[in-house]
Design a protein around this ligand. Structure first.
Ligand code: C2O
Length: 355
C-alpha cells in the first residue's frame, strides 16, 4: 500500500452481509509518523531470540501465571495513549486500515489495498499476529511471551476459551447465545436458525467434517487454499477467498460477533474485529492451520506456494516492538521457523473426519 493515501473509508467492506447499516470510519493514525525512517524487516536472530511457543488457549485455563502475564500485557496496551502505535486501540485499527481499504495500492491513487479474499490473507495476518505478540512481550519485558491459539479444530477447544471470558481478555460485544460451553459453529451463517440449539455432539461432528473439507478434500491446490491471485491495478482485482478464509475464518468471526449490534460488532465486522482480544487467538489458529496444510502437502519449510514475484514482493507495514515502522514482504512470511515462534502440537481429529 501507499501509506500517504490513508483516507476515511466505509464499514461496508465487511463480510458482505445483506441488510446491515454501514458508516464512515476513520482509522488512519492521527499524527503521521515520528519521522523515523521506514526500515526493512529483519528476521529475529536465533541466538538472541528465544522460540515463542503458542499453546492451545483452552489448556491455559488453569495456568494462572500465564494468564496474569497476558492480562498485564493487554492492560498495559490499553493504558497507552490511544495514538501510540502499541496501544490496544492502534493495534485494532490496523485491521481497519488493511481490511476496509483505507490505503490505496502502491502504484495507484484509487485502487484500495485489500488483504481479504485473495492470496494476501495468510501472509498479512501472520505478520499482524507476529508483531502484536512481540509488542505484548516487550511491554512486560518477556521475550518468550507467546499468544495462545484458539484450538477450535479439537472438540475440547471449540468453545470460546475460558481465558477470554474474564479480565482484560473479556469483551462485551459477543453473541450471548454462543458463550461457553457452546461449541463453535464452523458452519455458522447468520441467517440459519439458532445453531446453539443444535446438540453439541452434532455440532462437533459437523465442525470436524467441514474442517476435513477445508483442509484436505477441498484444498488440493494452493489457489484453493490460499485464495486468488490479486494483481496490481484496476484490472488486477480477483475474487475468490481460500477455503479456510471462508470457514472457519469468516464463520467464526460471525459466530462470535454480536448479531444484535448495528454492524455485528465486534468480531462480526472487519473494522471492529480486532477490538476483541479473541481475534488474535482466532488468527493464531488460522496461521497454524496454514502451517498444517503445508505439512500435509509436503512443502519444504522455505518453499512458497506461488513462485510469483507479484505475490512474494507484496508488502505491508507494521510497527514493531521498538515502535519502528517496518516493511515486511510476503516472502518474509513463508518460513515460520525464521520468525522464532512455533505451535505446540495437538491431535488432529479432523484428519479422520472424511465425510
Ligand atoms: Cu483480517 Cu479475521 O480478519
Amino acid at each position: 500500500p501507499n501509506l500517504s493515501t490513508c483516507h476515511s473509508t466505509s464499514t461496508s467492506e465487511t463480510f458482505h452481509l445483506p441488510n446491515r447499516s454501514t458508516h464512515v470510519v476513520k482509522c488512519c493514525p492521527a499524527s503521521p509518523d515520528s519521522g523515523k525512517p521506514i526500515i526493512d524487516f529483519q528476521f529475529p536472530s536465533p541466538s538472541t531470540s528465544p522460540l515463542r511457543i503458542r499453546r492451545p488457549a483452552h489448556r491455559l485455563a488453569l495456568d494462572e501465571e500465564y494468564q496474569a502475564k497476558y492480562n498485564k500485557a493487554v492492560a498495559m496496551m490499553k493504558q497507552l495513549p490511544s495514538d501510540h502505535p502499541h496501544s490496544f486501540h492502534r493495534q485494532a485499527q490496523i485491521h481497519c486500515l488493511y481490511c476496509n481499504g483505507a490505503y490505496y495500492q502502491a502504484a495507484t491513487t484509487d485502487v484500495p489495498f485489500m488483504i481479504h479474499g485473495n492470496w494476501l490473507f495468510f501472509p498479512f495476518h501472520r505478520f499482524y499476529v507476529y508483531f502484536h505478540e512481540r509488542i505484548l512481550g516487550k511491554l512486560i519485558g518477556d521475550d518468550t511471551f507467546a499468544l495462545p491459539y484458539w484450538n477450535y479444530d479439537s472438540p475440547d477447544g471449540m468453545p470460546i476459551p475460558d481465558i477470554y471470558m474474564k479480565g482484560e481478555l473479556h469483551n462485551e460485544k459477543r453473541d450471548g447465545r454462543h458463550l461457553p460451553p457452546a461449541p463453535v459453529g464452523i458452519d455458522f451463517t447468520p441467517d440459519k436458525v439458532d445453531l446453539s440449539n443444535e446438540p453439541a455432539a452434532e455440532q462437533i461432528a459437523a465442525n470436524l467434517a467441514l474442517l476435513y473439507n477445508q483442509m484436505v478434500s477441498g484444498a488440493t491446490k494452493p489457489e484453493l487454499f490460499m485464495g486468488c491471485a490479486l494483481r496490481p491495478g484496476k484490472d488486477g482485482a480477483c475474487s475468490g477467498m481460500g477455503t479456510i478464509e471462508a470457514a472457519p475464518h469468516n464463520t467464526v468471526h460471525l459466530w462470535v460477533g454480536d448479531i444484535e449490534a448495528p454492524e455485528y460488532e465486534d468480531m462480526g465486522t472487519l473494522y471492529a474485529a480486532a477490538r476483541d482480544p479473541v481475534f488474535y487467538a482466532h488468527h493464531a489458529n488460522l496461521d497454524r492451520l496454514w502451517v498444517l496444510w503445508r505439512r500435509l502437502n509436503g512443502y519444504d519449510k522455505s518453499q512458497p506456494e506461488f513462485d510469483d514475484p507479484q505475490w512474494l514482493d507484496s508488502h505491508f507495514y507494521f510497527y514493531d516492538e521498538n515502535a519502528d515502522l517496518v516493511r515486511v514482504k510476503v516472502r518474509d512470511a513463508i518460513d515460520m521457523d525464521r520468525l522464532r515462534y512455533a505451535y505446540e502440537e495437538v491431535d488432529l481429529p479432523w484428519l479422520d473426519a472424511r465425510p
